[in-house]
Design a protein around this ligand. Structure first.
Ligand SMILES: [Zn+2]
Ligand SMILES: [Zn+2]
Length: 331
């Protein structure tokens, strides 16, 4: 039997031949990182290798002093005889699927990925392989994303109707990736756009890499003398219910997340509105991608992994669950 190119050990997904890890969760010497979210890019690695747009993101989140190298998409390098390349995952800026090839066997670790186009990052690229490592954050038939134009229209309509009533619109989204995607679709003819500091830090990195975002103003140092009645404010959901919101006067709140597809989550979070906007693949997307990669071995990480694995095994795939420490911090 051929030896697997990748295996799981206590530090994460390991390539024995290349002596490197992909998104390890414990400190190791050589870490290849799919993207900057905290469950994938952790602190304490001797050396980091990621796609070049992720370099600034990792430096900002893990510290300026980390030993890090960036590589272009689709450029192959060889590590101890193993051919390695990074390919767009369509999830956030710099997010990559990592392709590993040795002895004619190809494995792809997709990290987190999204199929729909997104103007804030490179579009997902299908990579053929023998073994495909996929996430399963939203791998249930109930998760079926709407056409994104419809979602964007919904956000702008909600903002417009709040502005008409003189109520400030607060929209919550994860600071890295989701917030920038929200910003990229705003119709700025409605009113001014303000941001929370945690969002603005990431905006700076995105702009530096050439991503077009609308003009934003940091809300941190402003007080209730500012007229926010026609504005939209993009903030992390951790700001919800805090005194930070007081300066905005009358507000309406919304949360943009894949979880909003499930009835009740909006109410539970106490938001006035929920937008089903996800940076992850949905049920049909995950099944189509698995099929299109041509892979016979499917390894499943964070999410509904047991359910997806059982389903795939019934369909004739050789599927197994990887008990990883990836959580859903970025949904
Ligand atoms: Zn992620
Ligand atoms: Zn993740």
């Amino acid at each position: 039997m051929k030896k697997d190119i990748l295996k799981l050990n206590k530090c994460g997904i390991y390539c024995p031949q290349g002596d490197f890890y992909i998104d390890p969760w414990k400190p190791v010497d050589n870490a290849l990182i799919t993207h900057g979210h905290s469950d994938h890019a952790r602190w304490g690695m001797k050396k980091y290798l990621c796609q070049k747009d992720s370099v600034e993101i990792l430096r900002t989140r893990l510290g300026k002093e980390i030993n890090i190298e960036g590589i272009e998409y689709n450029k192959s390098i060889t590590i101890n005889g193993v051919k390695v390349s990074f390919h767009p995952a369509g999830h956030i800026l710099g997010s990559s699927q990592i392709r590993v090839e040795y002895n004619g066997e190809v494995a792809v670790v997709s990290g987190d990925y999204k199929i729909q186009p997104d103007s804030t990052c490179a579009n997902f690229e299908l990579v053929k392989c023998n073994t495909f490592v996929t996430e399963s954050t939203f791998a249930l038939p109930i998760y079926n994303w709407d056409n994104e134009e419809k979602i964007f229209e919904g956000i702008n309509k909600w903002w417009q109707s709040n502005a008409d009533e003189g109520v400030a619109s607060i929209i919550y989204g994860y600071t890295l990736g989701k917030s920038q995607r929200i910003l990229s679709v705003l119709d700025t003819s409605i009113g001014p756009v303000y941001t929370h500091g945690a969002v603005e830090n990431i905006n700076e990195i995105y702009r530096k890499q050439g991503v077009k975002l609308p003009k934003t103003t940091l809300a941190t140092n402003l007080d209730n003398k500012t007229d926010f009645s026609k504005s939209i404010i993009v903030a992390p959901s951790s700001a919800d219910g805090t005194t930070w919101l007081r300066k905005f006067g009358d507000i309406s709140t919304a949360f943009a997340s894949g979880w909003m597809q499930v009835r009740g989550n909006k109410r539970r979070g106490n938001f006035d509105k929920g937008f089903v906007m996800s940076d992850h693949v949905d049920w049909c997307g995950v099944l189509d991608t698995i099929k299109d990669t041509g892979a016979e071995n499917i390894w499943i990480t964070h999410g509904y992994s047991d359910i997806l694995s059982r389903y795939l095994n019934e369909k004739g795939y050789n599927s197994k669950v990887l008990e990883t420490l990836f959580d859903d911090s970025d949904i």
